[in-house]
Design a protein around this ligand. Structure first.
Ligand code: ATP
Length: 749
């Protein structure tokens, strides 16, 4: 083994980090300079914000490179020689020579695709392993069989590097895989398809990690568009989002919002839970029609023969069925959302009532024309339009609604559903919102329409407040002028004031300028934001209503959907890709499949696959595992479950790695009492050594060791998910009964 090779590579990597440090410093200075820049006018402010956002993004990308900045090297037969890294970095010379090539660049592609059979012009491919800034190992593959030069770091093929990565202890956070992306994964990551791309595959095939790398690739390939519009990554629960949250920042990408569907209605935190029946009803596509109908029901008329009588200074006004009906039809004809239709409705009502009053007041008892002229009638109209009683009547018939208010009313007394469905979702007024309510709130917001007037008024009021505040600040600063300053005669003081002190309005503007939020942050606060690309993980779980919400957030339909129908657990889950997608893109979507399991060793997968087979799918074939460990899963009956779990956890204690106890929620308190230091709850800290979670929380996660507790209580897909979370060891503990699929594991000592 040539230490010279290592030394050379170390020299290169050290030089690279020196350049990184210099770039970092430049970016820091640029952020500071942009921040202190005071421009005049909207354009200057905008430019400054863009500069700050850009430089901050660059700085974050540079700061994320402390580990694994450079991980590969390609030597081509024609003499080209490129290092490959997480981001591209150029030298400071005038040509700005590339020092390390971004893994997403075309030049880097042979790193992932070249084989002895198709060497893509390569002579040698090198994997460089680093720890911090230190080069610890090299792995070379000779792709040109005629090449006799050797470095002493040659290995059979890149599988060695892959297996080392797969075998390493888990940390509770997903890591990027730029060094070991496999060819089938690379094709998906770089797929040129612009519309909906479906990535299907069994457990552990890398769907999630591939989708995240695709996001990074798209941000690289279409930076201009996507940095502005941001990318949304949707996952099943907050723990999962925490688990995957470090992958994109490690790849230098920060323009991404990670969210569950339940978090996508700004201002609403969904803390409630639904029964499976309620979630199923709320998720149905027909709920869109049901809500639209319920809203039409809120556009009322008085009963025929029972008019509203409105007291008015000039005499009672009669608002009867005919007037209200005509106004309602006119407002509906305007074909605008409910709240925007209200001015149409109000205008008609006021117009009719004005006519009624004019008719009464100006009536000529001798049959002549009405006494009132247009000016008098306009005056009467103004009086009616200003009448609180008239407004109360309009509000009763065509109320201004908020999505929250409207949905709350609906859930208290659900209409347009049969009694069983209504009973499933009925709930007391003001009860906590649930994740399944969020798509309904979004639907309601669409039906109600965005009434800008209130928001504009609020914005204006806020601005006035800021100006008042700024005025206050100025007053204070005037009051605290130095004695010397006070001593100047009045005229002099005025000159200085005008010269030195910024006016209140300008100061308020400066306060607004402090908004340097990234596109992703602004997107998070804006319900109507259109994302540049959306990635949906565990897509098989989303309901039809959740899809409606997501499609609204992505008018371009540039999406990557990741899922595995065999792992569907949610009652509201939407079924086949065809049924999910055809309402939005017909058949214009692309299907891809990943077939190799990188997580679960073959010993565990053979047991897990028995679960779907025993549940009526005898031909079920799981993805083939890339690893075999020789360690077989075990299953044991316990007398005292909590004690047995505690003993099994203690027996597995090791310095590195993570262990998960997956148990039905109702057993958590009892189990946690016996597991000192365990982390549990809604958002457990997955970086801790021992985690207690329920089967739903286990979705998408992985651990070195998994203990599955009381499996008879799980549904088929929950059990399949739970059994496929381990990278090394799987044990099952039970007191009730062992599902037949797990009988094989019982034989293991
Ligand atoms: N090319 C690769 N190199 C290194 N590790 C990989 C590679 N592909 C996948 N992995 C690892 O395999 C594990 C499983 O990947 P991932 O969680 O993306 O699978 P998944 O298909 O989403 O699984 P599930 O459906 O069970 O949640 C992860 O630890 C991931 O980092």
């Amino acid at each position: 083994m040539s230490t010279e090779e290592l030394r050379e590579e170390q020299q290169f990597v050290s030089g690279l980090y020196a350049r990184l440090d210099a770039l970092r410093e430049e970016a820091e200075t640029a952020v500071e300079a942009s921040l202190s820049q005071v421009g005049n006018g909207l354009q200057a402010r905008l430019e400054r914000d863009v500069m700050v956002a850009e430089q901050s993004g660059l700085l974050a990308a540079l700061n994320a490179q402390e580990n694994g900045l450079c991980f590969g090297r390609l030597e081509f037969r024609d003499g080209r020689d490129h290092h490959i890294g997480r981001i591209g970095i150029r030298a400071s010379d005038t040509e700005r020579t590339p020092l390390v090539i971004d893994w997403r660049a075309d030049v880097a592609r042979p790193f992932y695709l070249a084989t002895g059979h198709t060497p893509m012009g390569l002579r040698r491919r090198r994997h460089i392993t680093t720890k911090g800034r230190e080069v610890t190992d090299l792995h070379d593959e000779i792709l040109d069989l005629g090449d006799t030069a050797r470095t002493g770091f040659e290995g059979a093929d890149a599988d060695e590097v892959l297996l080392a990565a797969l075998d390493s202890a888990r940390t509770g956070r997903m890591h990027d895989i730029v060094q070991t992306i496999q060819a089938e994964q690379d094709r998906i990551i770089r797929a040129p398809h612009r519309g909906v791309l479906v990535v299907e595959g069994g457990p552990g095939t890398g769907k999630t990690v591939v989708a995240l790398h695709r996001a990074a690739f798209l941000l690289y390939a279409h930076r201009e568009l996507l940095a502005k519009r941001a990318v949304l990554v949707v996952g099943p629960n907050p723990a999962f989002l925490g688990y995957i949250g470090e992958v994109l920042p490690a790849l230098g990408e920060t323009g991404v919002l990670l969210s569950t569907v339940g978090e996508l209605f700004p201002g609403v935190t969904a803390t409630g839970t639904d029964t499976p029946a309620a979630a199923e009803v709320k998720g149905r596509a027909e709920m869109a029609e049901v809500l639209a109908g319920a809203l039409r029901d809120r556009q009322a008329t008085p009963e025929p023969g029972e008019p509203l009588v409105i007291a008015h200074d000039d005499g009672d006004l009669i608002l009867d069925w005919t007037i209200a009906h005509e106004a309602r039809e006119a407002a509906r004809d305007a074909d605008v959302p409910h709240n925007l239709g209200r001015p149409h409705f109000a205008f008609r009502i006021i117009d009719s009532l004005t006519g009624q009053l004019a008719e009464r007041i100006g009536h000529d008892p001798y049959g002549g024309p009405n006494f009132l002229g247009p000016d008098d009638i306009a005056q009467l109209g103004k009086g009616i339009a200003a009448s609180p009683e008239v407004h109360a009547a309009i509000e009763e018939l065509w109320p201004t609604l908020t999505p929250q208010g409207f949905l709350d009313d609906f859930l208290v007394e659900p209409t347009r559903l049969d009694e069983t469905d209504a009973a499933a979702i009925r709930r007391p007024r003001g009860a906590a919102w649930t994740p399944a309510d969020v798509p309904l709130l979004d639907e309601a917001a669409e039906l109600l329409g965005h009434d800008d007037s209130a928001a504009l008024a609020a914005a204006e009021a806020e601005r006035a407040k800021q100006i008042a505040y700024a005025q206050g600040v100025l007053d204070v600063s005037r009051a605290s002028r130095t004695y010397e300053f006070e001593d100047k005669d009045e005229e002099d003081a005025e000159v200085l004031l005008a010269h030195n002190i910024i006016d209140a309005e300008r100061m308020a503007e400066r306060q607004e300028e402090a908004d340097h939020r990234s596109a992703a942050e602004r997107a998070a606060a804006d319900r109507t934001w259109a994302f540049g690309h959306i990635i949906v993980d565990e897509a098989q779980e989303l309901s039809a209503m959740a899809w409606r919400l997501l499609m609204r957030r992505c008018p371009t339909r540039s999406m990557t959907l990741v899922g595995d129908p065999a792992q569907t657990a949610e009652a509201g889950g939407c079924g086949s890709w065809e049924s999910i997608l055809s309402p939005y893109v017909q058949d214009r979507w692309e299907y891809t499949r990943l077939g190799v399991n990188y997580r679960t060793p073959v010993e565990i997968m053979e047991v897990a696959a028995e679960v779907p087979r025993a549940a009526g799918n005898p031909d079920f074939r799981p993805p083939s595992s890339v690893r075999s460990t020789g360690v077989f899963p075990w299953a044991r009956r316990a007398d005292d479950l909590a004690a047995a779990v505690a003993a099994a956890v203690a027996a597995d204690a090791r310095e590195e790695g993570r262990l998960a106890v997956i148990a039905p929620r109702e057993l958590h308190a009892e189990l946690a009492a016996e597991l000192p230091g365990v982390t549990a709850g809604e958002a457990p800290d997955l970086t801790r050594p021992v985690v207690l979670i329920d089967p739903r929380q286990a979705k998408g996660l992985e651990f070195d060791t998994v203990l599955v507790v009381e499996p008879a209580r799980y549904g088929t897909s929950d059990l399949y998910v739970a059994l496929t979370r381990a990278t090394q060891r799987l044990g099952v503990l039970y007191t009730e009964e062992l599902p037949v699929a797990l009988k094989r594991a019982e034989a293991t000592p």
